[in-house]
Design a binder for this molecule. Structure first.
Ligand SMILES: C[S@@+](CC[C@H](N)C(=O)[O-])C[C@H]1O[C@@H](n2cnc3c(N)ncnc32)[C@H](O)[C@@H]1O
Length: 226
Protein backbone atom coordinates (compact mmCIF):
# COMPACT_ATOMS: atom_id res chain seq x y z
CA UNK A 1 0.00 0.00 0.00
CA UNK A 2 1.14 3.56 -0.60
CA UNK A 3 0.07 7.01 0.57
CA UNK A 4 -1.16 9.85 -1.58
CA UNK A 5 0.43 13.29 -1.24
CA UNK A 6 -1.65 16.07 0.34
CA UNK A 7 -2.97 17.26 -3.03
CA UNK A 8 -4.32 13.91 -4.26
CA UNK A 9 -5.35 13.02 -0.72
CA UNK A 10 -7.60 16.09 -0.61
CA UNK A 11 -9.09 15.12 -3.99
CA UNK A 12 -9.70 11.59 -2.67
CA UNK A 13 -11.41 12.95 0.45
CA UNK A 14 -14.07 14.61 -1.75
CA UNK A 15 -14.93 11.34 -3.54
CA UNK A 16 -18.14 9.79 -2.18
CA UNK A 17 -18.14 6.28 -0.66
CA UNK A 18 -19.24 3.45 -2.93
CA UNK A 19 -19.46 5.42 -6.18
CA UNK A 20 -18.01 4.91 -9.64
CA UNK A 21 -15.15 7.28 -10.41
CA UNK A 22 -13.57 8.68 -13.58
CA UNK A 23 -10.07 10.08 -13.18
CA UNK A 24 -9.30 12.30 -16.16
CA UNK A 25 -5.64 12.96 -16.97
CA UNK A 26 -4.71 10.10 -14.68
CA UNK A 27 -1.00 9.80 -15.63
CA UNK A 28 0.37 7.32 -13.01
CA UNK A 29 -3.15 6.25 -11.97
CA UNK A 30 -2.40 6.61 -8.24
CA UNK A 31 -5.69 8.26 -7.31
CA UNK A 32 -8.09 5.56 -8.61
CA UNK A 33 -5.67 2.81 -7.52
CA UNK A 34 -5.59 4.20 -3.97
CA UNK A 35 -9.40 4.58 -3.90
CA UNK A 36 -9.88 0.98 -5.08
CA UNK A 37 -7.26 -0.49 -2.71
CA UNK A 38 -8.91 1.33 0.20
CA UNK A 39 -12.31 0.01 -0.95
CA UNK A 40 -13.72 3.53 -0.90
CA UNK A 41 -15.28 3.18 -4.36
CA UNK A 42 -17.19 0.59 -6.37
CA UNK A 43 -15.23 0.89 -9.62
CA UNK A 44 -13.12 3.30 -11.62
CA UNK A 45 -12.13 4.34 -15.08
CA UNK A 46 -8.91 6.25 -15.65
CA UNK A 47 -8.24 8.19 -18.83
CA UNK A 48 -5.37 10.02 -20.39
CA UNK A 49 -4.99 11.66 -23.78
CA UNK A 50 -1.44 10.29 -24.18
CA UNK A 51 -0.42 6.63 -24.39
CA UNK A 52 2.82 7.11 -22.32
CA UNK A 53 1.00 8.13 -19.12
CA UNK A 54 -1.66 5.49 -19.72
CA UNK A 55 1.14 2.91 -19.94
CA UNK A 56 2.39 4.09 -16.52
CA UNK A 57 -1.13 3.67 -15.16
CA UNK A 58 -1.25 0.14 -16.64
CA UNK A 59 2.06 -0.84 -15.00
CA UNK A 60 0.80 0.47 -11.62
CA UNK A 61 -2.59 -1.24 -12.08
CA UNK A 62 -0.80 -4.57 -12.53
CA UNK A 63 1.62 -3.89 -9.67
CA UNK A 64 -1.29 -3.43 -7.26
CA UNK A 65 -3.28 -6.40 -8.59
CA UNK A 66 -6.13 -4.32 -9.97
CA UNK A 67 -6.24 -5.82 -13.46
CA UNK A 68 -9.85 -5.90 -14.61
CA UNK A 69 -10.92 -3.58 -11.78
CA UNK A 70 -9.52 -0.33 -13.10
CA UNK A 71 -10.53 0.38 -16.69
CA UNK A 72 -7.93 2.38 -18.64
CA UNK A 73 -9.04 4.47 -21.60
CA UNK A 74 -7.12 6.56 -24.12
CA UNK A 75 -9.41 9.57 -24.30
CA UNK A 76 -9.41 13.31 -24.72
CA UNK A 77 -11.19 14.42 -21.57
CA UNK A 78 -14.42 12.49 -21.04
CA UNK A 79 -15.02 11.90 -24.75
CA UNK A 80 -14.75 8.09 -24.49
CA UNK A 81 -16.37 7.81 -21.07
CA UNK A 82 -20.11 7.39 -20.61
CA UNK A 83 -22.37 8.83 -17.93
CA UNK A 84 -22.95 5.45 -16.26
CA UNK A 85 -19.20 4.99 -15.70
CA UNK A 86 -18.78 8.04 -13.44
CA UNK A 87 -20.79 9.27 -10.48
CA UNK A 88 -17.75 11.33 -9.44
CA UNK A 89 -15.29 12.74 -11.97
CA UNK A 90 -11.86 13.90 -10.83
CA UNK A 91 -9.66 16.25 -12.84
CA UNK A 92 -6.43 17.01 -11.04
CA UNK A 93 -3.11 18.46 -12.11
CA UNK A 94 -4.47 20.00 -15.31
CA UNK A 95 -4.92 23.61 -16.36
CA UNK A 96 -8.19 25.40 -15.54
CA UNK A 97 -8.79 26.36 -19.19
CA UNK A 98 -8.49 22.72 -20.28
CA UNK A 99 -10.95 21.69 -17.58
CA UNK A 100 -13.42 24.29 -18.87
CA UNK A 101 -13.20 22.83 -22.40
CA UNK A 102 -13.69 19.28 -21.12
CA UNK A 103 -16.65 20.17 -18.88
CA UNK A 104 -18.28 22.33 -21.54
CA UNK A 105 -18.47 19.58 -24.15
CA UNK A 106 -19.61 16.81 -21.78
CA UNK A 107 -23.38 17.27 -21.61
CA UNK A 108 -23.99 14.40 -19.16
CA UNK A 109 -22.13 16.34 -16.43
CA UNK A 110 -25.21 18.59 -16.27
CA UNK A 111 -26.86 16.22 -13.82
CA UNK A 112 -27.27 17.20 -10.14
CA UNK A 113 -26.38 13.66 -9.04
CA UNK A 114 -22.91 13.87 -10.59
CA UNK A 115 -20.01 15.39 -8.69
CA UNK A 116 -16.91 16.98 -10.13
CA UNK A 117 -13.69 17.23 -8.12
CA UNK A 118 -11.42 19.83 -9.68
CA UNK A 119 -7.84 20.70 -8.81
CA UNK A 120 -6.60 23.23 -11.36
CA UNK A 121 -2.87 23.96 -11.68
CA UNK A 122 -3.51 27.29 -13.44
CA UNK A 123 -6.35 29.73 -14.14
CA UNK A 124 -8.47 28.68 -11.17
CA UNK A 125 -10.16 32.09 -11.42
CA UNK A 126 -11.30 31.42 -15.02
CA UNK A 127 -12.60 28.02 -13.95
CA UNK A 128 -14.65 29.48 -11.06
CA UNK A 129 -16.07 32.16 -13.37
CA UNK A 130 -17.02 29.53 -15.96
CA UNK A 131 -18.69 27.32 -13.34
CA UNK A 132 -20.74 30.21 -11.92
CA UNK A 133 -21.88 31.28 -15.38
CA UNK A 134 -22.74 27.77 -16.57
CA UNK A 135 -25.05 26.45 -13.88
CA UNK A 136 -22.44 24.64 -11.79
CA UNK A 137 -22.20 25.24 -8.04
CA UNK A 138 -18.96 25.08 -6.05
CA UNK A 139 -20.35 23.23 -3.02
CA UNK A 140 -17.10 23.18 -1.14
CA UNK A 141 -13.51 24.18 -1.64
CA UNK A 142 -10.46 23.34 0.43
CA UNK A 143 -6.79 24.22 0.15
CA UNK A 144 -3.73 22.12 0.84
CA UNK A 145 0.03 22.45 0.77
CA UNK A 146 1.97 19.71 -0.97
CA UNK A 147 5.76 19.75 -1.37
CA UNK A 148 5.74 23.46 -0.49
CA UNK A 149 3.13 24.42 -3.10
CA UNK A 150 -0.43 25.55 -2.41
CA UNK A 151 -3.42 24.05 -4.20
CA UNK A 152 -7.17 24.38 -4.10
CA UNK A 153 -9.62 21.54 -4.70
CA UNK A 154 -13.26 22.25 -5.59
CA UNK A 155 -16.27 19.99 -5.11
CA UNK A 156 -18.76 20.92 -7.81
CA UNK A 157 -22.15 19.82 -9.13
CA UNK A 158 -24.73 21.13 -11.56
CA UNK A 159 -27.94 22.81 -10.43
CA UNK A 160 -28.67 24.92 -13.51
CA UNK A 161 -28.58 28.23 -11.60
CA UNK A 162 -26.51 30.91 -13.32
CA UNK A 163 -24.65 32.84 -10.64
CA UNK A 164 -22.82 36.14 -10.49
CA UNK A 165 -19.11 35.69 -9.88
CA UNK A 166 -17.82 38.63 -7.83
CA UNK A 167 -14.05 39.27 -8.00
CA UNK A 168 -13.41 37.84 -4.54
CA UNK A 169 -15.22 34.60 -5.37
CA UNK A 170 -13.46 34.40 -8.72
CA UNK A 171 -10.06 34.41 -7.03
CA UNK A 172 -10.58 32.47 -3.80
CA UNK A 173 -13.92 30.68 -4.17
CA UNK A 174 -15.37 29.65 -0.82
CA UNK A 175 -12.00 29.81 0.96
CA UNK A 176 -12.73 33.13 2.69
CA UNK A 177 -14.90 31.26 5.20
CA UNK A 178 -12.14 28.71 5.89
CA UNK A 179 -9.85 29.59 8.77
CA UNK A 180 -7.31 26.80 8.14
CA UNK A 181 -3.63 27.64 7.66
CA UNK A 182 -3.80 26.08 4.18
CA UNK A 183 -6.66 28.37 3.08
CA UNK A 184 -4.84 31.41 4.46
CA UNK A 185 -1.70 30.39 2.61
CA UNK A 186 -3.65 29.94 -0.65
CA UNK A 187 -5.20 33.40 -0.28
CA UNK A 188 -1.77 34.85 0.52
CA UNK A 189 -0.27 33.36 -2.67
CA UNK A 190 -3.20 34.64 -4.78
CA UNK A 191 -2.81 38.09 -3.22
CA UNK A 192 0.93 38.23 -3.96
CA UNK A 193 0.23 37.37 -7.63
CA UNK A 194 -2.43 40.10 -7.76
CA UNK A 195 0.03 42.64 -6.33
CA UNK A 196 2.48 41.82 -9.15
CA UNK A 197 -0.34 42.13 -11.71
CA UNK A 198 -1.36 45.49 -10.25
CA UNK A 199 2.09 46.90 -11.04
CA UNK A 200 1.41 46.30 -14.75
CA UNK A 201 -1.90 48.22 -14.71
CA UNK A 202 -2.24 51.94 -15.29
CA UNK A 203 -3.23 53.73 -12.08
CA UNK A 204 -6.85 54.89 -11.95
CA UNK A 205 -8.12 52.52 -14.66
CA UNK A 206 -11.06 50.22 -13.99
CA UNK A 207 -8.84 47.11 -13.85
CA UNK A 208 -6.41 48.86 -11.50
CA UNK A 209 -9.18 49.94 -9.12
CA UNK A 210 -10.80 46.48 -9.15
CA UNK A 211 -7.47 44.75 -8.41
CA UNK A 212 -6.61 47.25 -5.68
CA UNK A 213 -9.97 46.70 -3.99
CA UNK A 214 -9.57 42.93 -4.15
CA UNK A 215 -6.05 43.10 -2.73
CA UNK A 216 -7.32 45.07 0.24
CA UNK A 217 -10.18 42.56 0.80
CA UNK A 218 -7.78 39.63 0.65
CA UNK A 219 -5.27 41.35 2.95
CA UNK A 220 -8.08 41.79 5.48
CA UNK A 221 -8.88 38.06 5.35
CA UNK A 222 -5.19 37.14 5.73
CA UNK A 223 -4.79 39.47 8.75
CA UNK A 224 -8.05 38.37 10.38
CA UNK A 225 -7.55 36.87 13.85
CA UNK A 226 -9.62 33.70 14.28
C1 LIG B 1 0.32 16.64 -14.53
S1 LIG B 1 -0.51 15.21 -14.97
C2 LIG B 1 -1.61 15.01 -13.60
C3 LIG B 1 -1.68 13.57 -13.16
C4 LIG B 1 -2.65 13.32 -12.01
N1 LIG B 1 -4.02 13.60 -12.37
C5 LIG B 1 -2.25 14.13 -10.81
O1 LIG B 1 -2.95 15.09 -10.48
O2 LIG B 1 -1.23 13.81 -10.18
C6 LIG B 1 -1.61 15.74 -16.26
C7 LIG B 1 -2.06 14.60 -17.15
O3 LIG B 1 -3.19 15.06 -17.93
C8 LIG B 1 -3.08 14.48 -19.21
N2 LIG B 1 -3.91 15.25 -20.13
C9 LIG B 1 -3.62 16.44 -20.70
N3 LIG B 1 -4.63 16.85 -21.50
C10 LIG B 1 -5.60 15.88 -21.41
C11 LIG B 1 -6.88 15.71 -22.00
N4 LIG B 1 -7.38 16.60 -22.84
N5 LIG B 1 -7.59 14.60 -21.69
C12 LIG B 1 -7.08 13.67 -20.84
N6 LIG B 1 -5.87 13.78 -20.27
C13 LIG B 1 -5.14 14.87 -20.55
C14 LIG B 1 -1.59 14.50 -19.51
O4 LIG B 1 -1.24 13.60 -20.52
C15 LIG B 1 -0.99 14.15 -18.13
O5 LIG B 1 -0.77 12.77 -17.99
Amino acid sequence: MFSLDQRLSLCASFVREGVSVADIGTDHGYLPIWLLLNKKIKCAVASDVRSGPLCRARVNTERYGLNGKLKLVLSDGLDKISADEADDTVMAGMGGELMIKIIDRTSWLRDPDKNLILQPMTRAESLREYLCGSGFRIKEEKACISFGKTYSVMLVSYDGIIRQCPMKFKYIGTLDSDSSDEAKRYIYVVNEKLKKKLMGYEKGTEEYNAAEKLISELTEIIDREE
